[in-house]
Write a protein that binds this ligand. Structure first.
Ligand code: G6P
Length: 614
C-alpha cells in the first residue's frame, strides 16, 4: 500500500516521478503528490484522486528540478484528501518526506511533539515522523541522516521513506523497515528510489534492495552510504534486475487484467520451466531442495496466505493431502498470527504471496519461525520481503502482475503447489511411479489447454452482457473446484462491485438456497471428473427454484448442457489440475462484467495490490 518514488541526478525529476507514480498506482490511488527542489526551494504539489489529477494540478506550476520525491497513497491514517496526501513538510518546511507503512506509536509521539510546540496540518502518521526528525535535528544539531537514524529508533511500525532537504539538493535519504524499498544506481551515480523496481527498470539494471532498519544516504556522484539503525556501517549489495520493461506495459490490451489473463499459457509454462523432466520423470524445485526431506517428514503442513493467494492455498491443501498424505491446514494469515496457534518444530509452513509483501502473511511467517517451524515461500516478486524471510521457497515466475485483481498469479501459485505436491509424493512413495509420470504429462499439457480455452472468451463475453446488471451472484463448486468458486466470487465482487458468494455446491442447501429465485445467476463448476453426478443434482436444485445456471463444463458435455441456461466449455483434465482451467473463464466473466458496468478493472475502488498494512 502506497507507492513511493524518488530521483536524484542530472535529469529533470518530474517526468521520472510521474511515470514512476503511474507504474506504482496499483499500490494505492487515493491521492498522489510530488516535491521537487528548485533554486533552494521545495515545490510541493499534492492532490486527492489518481495521478492524472496531480498532472492537471501541476500543468501551470514550476516543476523544474533534478531532485524530487513522489507518492501515491492508500489511506490508512486520515481521509484521502489533499491535506493528508504525501509528501509532507517538516514544521519549518525545510524537509519533505514520502512514506509507505504505518507508524504505530504516532499518537504518543505526536502528543510529545505538540508539547514541544509542533503544529500539524494533517491527520497522518507520516507528518509526525518528519516532525520527529526535525525535532531531533533541532535539539542535537546533527546531520539529517543522523537525525533520521535517531528518530527511527523511537518509531514502532513499518516504513519505507525518502526525505529531501531544501538546503541540500544533492542528497536523498532513504530508509526502510517492513515496507519494501529498492534503490537504482544509474550512470555517474544518479539515484532512483522506489517501492518496487517498475519505475526504475527503464533507466538502470543495477539495484540495491534495502534490508530492514537500513538507512541510505544517496549523494549525487558518490557511492551509496549505508548504515543500520544501530549505527553500524553496511556494504550495499548491488544486484542486477531481471525484470523486462515489456512485462510492465499493457502491450496493446485495454487493461492489465485482460493482458494478464491472456498471459496465463505463458505464465503457467514459466512456473514449470526447468522444473519438470518428462523423459527422466523428475520434478526438481531447486529452491526447496535442501528442505524437501523436512517437508516429507513434516507432521503437518500449514499454509498461510491472504486473498486470492489463500484460495490457491486451499487448492494446495487438496493437492498435498491427496498426493502426499500429509495433513494440511490452510489459515488466513491475519487469523493465524493472532490466535495463539499451536506450532511445533516438525511443522512446515508454506506462505503464499504474489507480492511477497503482505503484512499479515509476513507477520505469520515471523511467528511460525520463532516457534521453530520450517518456512517455505511461494512468491512471485523476486527479492520481496517474504521471499527473504522464508528458509527456502519456489518463485512462481509469473512475471509482474499489475492488475489489482489477481489472475495469473493464482494459476502460477497452483502450478507451483502442484509441482511441490508431486515432488514430495514421488519421493515419499505415496503415489506410484506410473501415476506420477501420468500426472507430470498432464500438468505439462495445461498451457496448451489454457490457450485453447481462451478461445471461448467470446462466449463468456456474451454471457457477461446478459448478467451484467445482476445484483447478486452465487458460485458453486465441489472438491478441487470449491476454492475456484470462492475465487470466482471474489473476482466478481472486487472489480464489478456485485455481491457474490462462493460455496461448496453441497452446502447450498444449508442456507444460500433461500436466496435463489429467477433473479439469481448461479455459476456452477461441473467438470466431468469432479463429483459430476452430485453437481448435476445441485444444478437441478437451483433450476427447481428458477435460478439461472451458468455452468463450466467439459467439451462434449451432454447432461449439464441439457439443463443449464448457459455453458462455457473447457478441455478435460485430471480433477486435481482442473482449477488451472476452471478459474480462467471465471476471471473473464468478472472482467467483462466489470468493463460493461464501467468499472475501473485495474484499480478497483478501495483496494490495493500490495497490502503492507495489517
Ligand atoms: C490484496 C490483493 C489481492 C491479493 C491479496 C494477497 O488484497 O488485492 O489480489 O490476493 O492482497 O496478496 P499477496 O501479494 O500476498 O498474494
Amino acid at each position: 500500500m502506497c507507492g513511493i518514488v524518488a530521483y536524484l541526478g542530472d535529469k529533470q525529476a518530474y517526468p521520472i516521478l510521474i511515470k514512476g507514480l503511474k507504474r506504482l498506482e496499483y499500490r494505492g490511488y487515493d491521492s498522489s503528490g510530488v516535491a521537487i527542489i528548485d533554486n533552494g526551494e521545495i515545490n510541493l504539489f499534492k492532490k486527492q484522486g489518481k495521478v492524472v489529477e496531480l498532472e492537471s494540478l501541476v500543468a501551470d506550476k514550476n516543476i523544474n528540478g533534478t531532485i524530487g520525491i513522489g507518492h501515491t497513497r492508500w489511506a490508512t491514517h486520515g481521509l484521502p484528501n489533499d491535506i493528508n496526501a504525501h509528501p509532507h513538510y517538516s514544521g519549518n518546511e525545510k524537509l519533505a518526506i514520502i512514506h509507505n507503512g504505518i507508524i504505530e506509536n504516532y499518537a504518543s509521539l505526536k502528543q510529545g511533539l505538540k508539547l514541544r510546540g509542533h503544529e500539524f496540518k494533517s491527520e497522518t502518521d507520516t507528518e509526525v515522523l518528519i516532525h520527529l526528525i526535525e525535532d531531533v535535528q533541532q535539539k542535537t544539531n546533527v546531520p539529517l541522516a543522523e537525525a533520521v537514524r535517531v528518530a527511527l529508533g523511537e518509531v514502532i511500525g513499518a516504513y519505507a521513506i525518502v526525505i529531501i532537504d531544501k538546503n541540500n539538493p544533492n542528497t536523498l535519504i532513504a530508509a526502510k523497515k517492513s515496507s519494501p524499498l529498492v534503490i537504482g544506481i544509474g550512470e555517474g551515480n544518479e539515484f532512483y528510489v522506489a517501492s518496487d523496481a517498475t519505475p526504475i527498470v527503464e533507466y538502470t539494471r543495477n539495484v540495491v534492495y534495502l534490508e530492514d532498519e537500513e538507512i541510505a544516504v544517496l549523494t549525487k556522484g558518490e557511492d551509496i552510504q549505508l548504515k543500520n539503525i544501530k549505527n553500524q556501517e553496511k556494504t550495499p549489495y548491488i544486484q542486477e534486475l531481471e525484470m523486462q520493461l515489456e512485462a510492465i506495459e499493457k502491450g496493446g490490451y485495454e487493461h492489465f487484467m485482460l493482458k494478464e489473463i491472456y498471459e496465463q499459457p505463458q505464465s503457467i509454462r514459466n512456473s514449470m520451466r526447468g522444473r519438470i523432466d518428462l523423459d527422466k520423470g523428475i520434478v526438481s524445485l531447486g529452491g526447496i531442495r535442501d528442505y524437501e526431506q523436512k517437508m516429507m517428514n513434516a507432521s503437518r503442513i500449514i499454509i498461510v496466505a491472504c486473498g486470492t493467494s489463500w484460495h490457491a492455498g486451499l487448492v494446495g491443501e487438496y493437492l498435498l493431502e491427496d498426493l502426499t498424505r500429509i495433513p494440511v491446514e490452510v489459515e488466513y494469515a491475519s487469523e493465524f498470527r493472532y490466535r495463539n496457534p499451536i506450532i511445533s518444530e516438525s511443522d512446515v509452513v508454506i506462505a503464499i504471496s504474489q507480492s511477497g509483501e503482505t503484512a499479515d502473511t509476513l507477520a505469520a511467517i515471523k511467528l511460525a519461525k520463532e516457534k521453530g517451524a520450517t518456512i517455505i515461500g511461494i512468491c512471485n516478486v523476486v527479492g520481496s520481503s517474504i521471499s527473504r524471510e522464508t528458509h527456502a521457497g519456489s518463485y512462481t515466475h509469473a512475471g509482474p502482475e499489475i492488475g489489482v485483481a489477481s489472475t495469473k498469479a493464482f494459476t502460477s501459485q497452483v502450478t507451483v503447489l502442484s509441482l511441490m505436491a508431486l515432488s514430495i509424493a514421488h519421493k515419499k512413495g505415496t503415489i506410484s511411479e506410473s501415476k506420477f509420470r501420468a500426472l507430470l504429462h498432464e500438468l505439462s499439457s495445461i498451457p496448451e489447454k489454457v490457450e485453447h480455452l481462451l478461445s471461448s472468451d467470446k462466449q463468456v463475453k456474451h454471457i457477461s452482457a446478459l448478467f451484467k446488471d445482476a445484483r447478486n451472484f452465487l458460485y458453486l463448486g465441489r472438491g478441487y473446484n470449491f476454492p475456484v468458486a470462492l475465487e470466482g466470487a471474489l473476482k466478481l465482487k472486487e472489480i464489478s462491485y456485485i455481491h457474490a458468494e462462493g460455496y461448496p455446491a453441497a452446502e447450498m442447501k444449508h442456507g444460500p438456497i433461500a436466496l435463489i429465485d429467477e433473479e439469481m445467476p448461479v455459476v456452477v463448476i461441473a467438470t466431468k471428473k469432479g463429483n459430476y453426478d452430485k453437481v448435476v443434482s445441485n444444478i437441478e436444485e437451483v433450476k427447481a427454484r428458477s435460478g439461472k445456471i451458468i455452468a463450466i463444463v467439459n467439451e462434449g458435455d451432454v447432461d449439464v448442457k441439457a439443463i443449464a441456461d448457459h455453458v462455457i466449455e473447457i478441455p478435460e483434465v485430471e480433477d486435481l489440475f482442473s482449477p488451472l482451467l476452471t478459474s480462467i473463464p471465471l476471471q473473464l466473466l468478472s472482467y467483462h462484467i466489470a468493463v460493461m458496468r464501467g468499472c475501473n478493472v485495474d484499480q478497483p475502488r478501495n483496494l490495493a495490490k500490495s497490502v503492507t498494512v495489517e
